[in-house]
Design a protein around this ligand. Structure first.
Ligand code: NDP
Length: 246
């Protein structure tokens, strides 16, 4: 999908929410969507990082974004419902939702994983995407062709030793995507797909592979064609698919 050529106005008039928008792939996704005309809603846990992305979008003259600090580890269902209410009042619809934020967590034998670390990771990587999707459904239904992108991983499609709760959480995300996709198939214009970014130069990649030369992998900006394809109208007919960005 790296050869997808997005027209400059691909996402004009679209409202797209991205979690983990302050760093790595989520940041690149926010900048790229804004550069293609979208109004982006920046969700993340570190306000200073979100503000930097907000400033970069404004300085570039792209549509004014919305900034919503939210810690997915501690957010309650009411926080997601309140967010949906605010977005409904401001925008009236949501055209795109990117479940990007995630924790890598402990990489060790599964039987060595502490219960607390397991629960923390599942809260961010699985429970938060579910609660966010659920609360945003009325807004997604109000858009002409909404797209939900679940950012997955190769270890969410084939289990691998020592990838711990992270791998299990990505399987759960893939499962959630498939169930939502099947439910919406033929009943709404909302599509749900998963996207495996592949090895990408971010702090999560560096933490997972400390011995690897970072230059070996593409920058987040280089894998954006796949995100743009899934968030724009060219992927209207694509639903329930597990795709690879690279
Ligand atoms: P980074 O660690 O660089 O970025 C993760 C983002 O998630 C950060 O913005 C982080 O916020 C945010 N985040 C983490 N915890 C929370 C929380 N509790 N509440 C709100 N936001 C949170 O990772 P990547 O950019 O590499 O990863 C993005 C996605 O891509 C993930 O889903 C990852 O699993 C997936 N992926 C990445 C690959 C790679 O090679 N990079 C390969 C395969 C999949 P903050 O910056 O404030 O900490």
């Amino acid at each position: 999908m790296l050869d997808y050529q997005a027209p400059q106005d691909l996402l004009t008039d679209r409202v797209i929410l991205i979690t983990g928008a302050g760093d790595g792939i989520g940041k690149a996704c926010a900048l790229s969507c804004a550069a293609h005309g979208a109004t982006v809603i920046l969700i993340g846990r570190t306000p200073s990082k979100l503000e930097a992305v907000y400033d970069e979008i404004e300085a570039s003259g792209f549509p004014q974004p919305a900034l919503c600090p939210l810690n997915l580890e501690t957010a309650l269902e009411k926080d997601y419902v309140d967010l949906a209410d605010q977005l409904f009042d401001t925008f009236g619809k949501l055209d795109g939702l990117v479940h990007n934020a995630a924790l890598l967590g402990p990489r060790t034998l599964l039987d060595n994983v502490k219960a607390e670390a397991w629960l923390q990771l599942m809260q961010v990587n699985v429970n938060a995407p579910f609660l966010l999707s659920k609360s945003m459904m009325p807004l997604l239904r109000a858009a002409p062709d909404a797209s939900v992108v679940c950012v997955s991983s190769s270890v969410g499609r084939k289990g691998r030793a020592y990838w711990g709760p992270y791998a299990v959480s990505k399987f759960a995300l893939e499962g959630m995507m498939q169930v939502f996709a099947d439910e919406q198939d033929g009943t709404s214009a909302i599509r749900f797909n998963s996207l495996n970014p592949g090895a990408t130069r971010t702090s999560m990649r560096a933490a997972a592979y400390p011995g690897e030369a970072p230059e070996k992998n593409p920058e987040p900006a280089q894998i954006m064609p796949a995100f743009l394809y899934l968030l724009g109208p060219d992927s209207k007919a694509v639903n329930g698919q597990a795709l690879d960005a690279q």
